[in-house]
Design a protein around this ligand. Structure first.
Ligand SMILES: *Cc1c(COP(=O)(O)O)cnc(C)c1O
Length: 385
């Protein structure tokens, strides 16, 4: 087989996935019900959490977490500048202020020292992002949060399955939010999950996820449920339908196997780049604890005499898809100069010039990995003459 086109990502959809969705479609029950409940139970078991709440995106999960904590007008929430739009916008939707901080140079994970410096009397919470699928320094962050009375909401959109100090992400902080977006480690096309050990927060988040109905009314999705329900707060419409949960349940059964496949790809890339100083993979920590959602390299663009964008254009002309995670938030027009501390983040800004995310997905063959590596090594070492 020749590998002409290697996309950045191809979702892994099995015959069982298709059958699970099809059988839910013909079951007579389409929206949130028995299947969504099973997905929650199985997911909670997979990460070792007390409870899981299925929602329709990670963005919704993050929004509910902060809303349930009562975060709003006048409050500040600390987030890394190296993240996706969702992590910041949900803070703004609640009337609070995102306070951006810089990241660590070797991992691009939120820098605990920068977090400690950014705390003000208005700070209520920290949202660490487990960038690429490696857990942030949760021990330090928990220490800082405890000593300043802050909550931690983990943006674990990249981090299933990820471990930290022998525990699964999802059973560590106050609330953890996962994504099942099309490109994530398991997918429901669109979807998310919240895990938390705090029963009171769980009740509020579950209620908020479905119009603020009372917790018992949430069970009305069963044929024998009474017609009556009580609205106890102004909620949102963030519940996950059974048609979507069916895909999630089916994907969940392959989550660890798919992680192993991504890890093998990462290890193969590592070997190819080991003696190429122009290509530096991010520090991965313990490879077995990493979800390997992303495989990010930093390029020595200075010595290569070409820009990161030139490299991406070259790979693209060879049929190889890549991505960049991320243009830091403080370098987007909306955020530039708008919020406290959005001036300069030297580590994230420098990284933005030289990072590139390479293809890494379960269906990638060794031949495809080798082709990506060869094309990248060739272009990165061309300057040597
Ligand atoms: C994908 C992603 C999100 C949002 O997830 P959705 O399920 O698409 O809402 C949030 N944060 C990070 C870091 C992400 O990569």
């Amino acid at each position: 087989m020749t590998v002409d086109k290697i996309p950045f990502h191809v979702p892994s959809i099995s015959r069982e996935d298709v059958e699970a969705v099809a059988s839910t479609l013909s079951s007579g029950w389409l929206t949130t019900g028995r299947v969504a409940r099973s997905f929650e139970e199985e997911f909670a078991i997979a990460v070792g959490a007390r409870e899981a709440i299925a929602v329709n995106s990670c963005t919704a999960a993050l929004h509910l977490a902060l809303a349930a904590m009562g975060i709003g007008e006048g409050d500040e929430v600390i987030i890394p500048t190296m993240t996706f739009a969702a992590t910041a916008e949900i803070v703004i939707h609640l009337g609070a202020q995102p306070v951006l901080v810089d990241v660590c140079p070797d991992s691009l994970l939120i820098d605990p020292d920068a977090v400690a410096k950014a705390i003000s009397p208005r700070t209520r919470a920290i949202i660490p992002v487990h960038y690429g699928g490696r857990a942030a320094d949760m021990d330090r962050l928990k220490e800082i949060a405890t000593s300043s009375g802050l909550r931690i909401v983990e943006d674990a959109a990249h981090a299933f399955p990820t471990e930290y100090a022998g525990k699964s992400v999802g059973a560590i902080g106050d609330v953890t939010c996962f994504s099942f977006y099309a490109t994530k480690t398991i997918t429901t096309a669109e979807g998310g999950m919240i895990t938390s050990e705090d029963p009171e927060l769980n009740d509020v988040m579950r209620s908020l996820s479905l119009h603020g109905l009372s917790a018992d009314a949430w069970n009305r999705h069963s044929p024998s449920a009474p017609w009556d329900y009580k609205i106890v707060r102004a909620g949102y419409k963030y519940n996950m339908p059974d048609t979507v949960a069916a895909l999630g349940l089916s994907q969940l059964s392959r989550a660890f196997e798919m992680r192993d496949q991504r890890r093998a790809i990462a290890e193969r890339y590592d070997v190819r780049f080991r003696d190429v100083p122009e290509i530096a993979p991010l520090a991965a920590g313990d490879a077995d604890a990493h979800s390997w959602h992303l495989y990010v390299v930093r390029l020595q663009v200075g010595s290569m005499g070409m820009s990161r964008n030139d490299v991406i254009t070259h790979l693209s002309s060879e049929g190889i898809g890549t991505s960049v995670h991320y243009r830091p938030l403080h370098m987007h027009p909306y955020y530039e100069g708008r919020f406290a501390g959005t001036e300069a983040f030297p580590i994230a800004a420098a990284a933005f010039d030289d990072i590139v995310s390479l293809p890494i997905f379960p269906g990638m063959t060794e031949e495809m990995v080798d082709r990506v590596a060869s094309v990248l090594v060739e272009v990165a070492t061309r300057h040597r003459g």
